[in-house]
Design a protein around this ligand. Structure first.
Ligand SMILES: [Zn+2]
Length: 301
């Protein structure tokens, strides 16, 4: 099944905030949040989380990576729930301390605030991104106990970014892959999301495909369950190789002009997508980076 709505989607498992930029919640003895969306939706997440937990406080916030649309409300969460333990990879923790990264995260969150305002989103958090400190760093494969037989396994998954961690909840067969396994266009097509390491990215998907998955959370737009979840993982490697071939063609056509090739990919991939979709500024930053990685790989051959 493909679930495009927020709310309770499985026993004790919720999508909070808008599905395009969700925060996932697993209710347990020690409730856990996964990712922190954008700053503009902070109040929407907090309202949904409070309602689902009946006023109890979440114990953990697990961050997949330090991109602006995955850490945007973490500082608000920490202010609202001061005992919340924020968990991320050591690399994410480093990135979130760097002034340059904080500046970029703040800028991109301001961009998505403008977009949310234009679209009349309510309730809107108008405050800028609040910087955040990681409390606990997750080692590869580290297991966190939520009580009542529920555990969360951190899975180091560099490829989309260097700092990436996916999270596996074995008792519920839920994988919070976020972008480590690519996005889904909603019709079933997989959009590759490698940014730093193409081969590492493909290796992560192979590892995920070996898990007994019932619920897959790609990080944006929708949640996939059952056969749709497994189908996404099956299609993801081929979609990645197809994307690489397309980028190689454009790079050959433009004689290695990275900007021109990125524009051609935007026309082929991003422009046909309906809204809501990734804002153009963030999409182009990422596409330019993917084109660079393909170019480097061509040169190394
Ligand atoms: Zn990302």
């Amino acid at each position: 099944m493909r679930i495009f709505d927020s709310g309770k989607i499985a026993p004790d498992f919720y999508v909070t905030g808008p599905p395009g930029g969700p925060v996932y919640l697993l209710n347990a003895d020690r409730p856990a949040l996964f990712d922190a969306g954008v700053s503009a939706f902070a109040q929407a997440y907090v309202n949904d989380i409070r309602a689902a937990l009946d006023g109890r406080a979440p114990a953990y916030l697990f961050l997949t990576h330090a991109h602006f649309d995955h850490v945007g409300s973490a500082g608000v969460f920490k202010r609202v729930w001061p005992d919340l333990a924020i968990v991320a990879s050591p690399t994410s923790a480093d990135i979130l301390r760097r002034p340059g990264a904080i500046e970029l995260i703040t800028l991109l969150n301001a961009g998505s605030l403008s977009l949310a305002r234009e679209q009349g989103f309510e309730p809107l958090n108008e405050a800028p991104f609040e910087p955040v400190t990681v409390d606990l760093t997750a080692a590869p494969d580290q297991i966190f106990d939520l009580g009542g037989g529920l555990t969360v396994q951190a899975m180091a998954a560099p490829g989309h970014t260097r700092d990436f961690t996916s999270y596996w909840i074995p008792a519920r067969k839920i994988l919070i892959s976020s972008e480590a396994a690519g996005n889904n266009d909603g019709a079933g097509a997989v959009l590759p999301e490698f940014l730093v390491d193409i081969d590492g990215y493909l290796a992560n998907i192979t590892r995920f495909a070996q898990l007994d998955i019932e619920i897959l959370c790609p990080g944006h737009k929708l949640v996939l369950t059952g056969e749709d979840a497994r189908e996404h993982l099956r299609r993801s490697p081929a979609a990645t190789r197809q994307y690489i071939a397309m980028a190689e063609d454009f790079l050959r056509d433009t004689k290695g002009d990275l900007d021109a090739a990125a524009e051609m990919i935007k026309e082929a991939e991003w422009e046909p997508l309906p809204w809501p979709k990734q804002p153009e500024q963030a999409y182009m930053l990422n596409t330019r980076q993917r084109v660079l990685k393909v170019w480097e790989r061509m040169q190394a051959k």
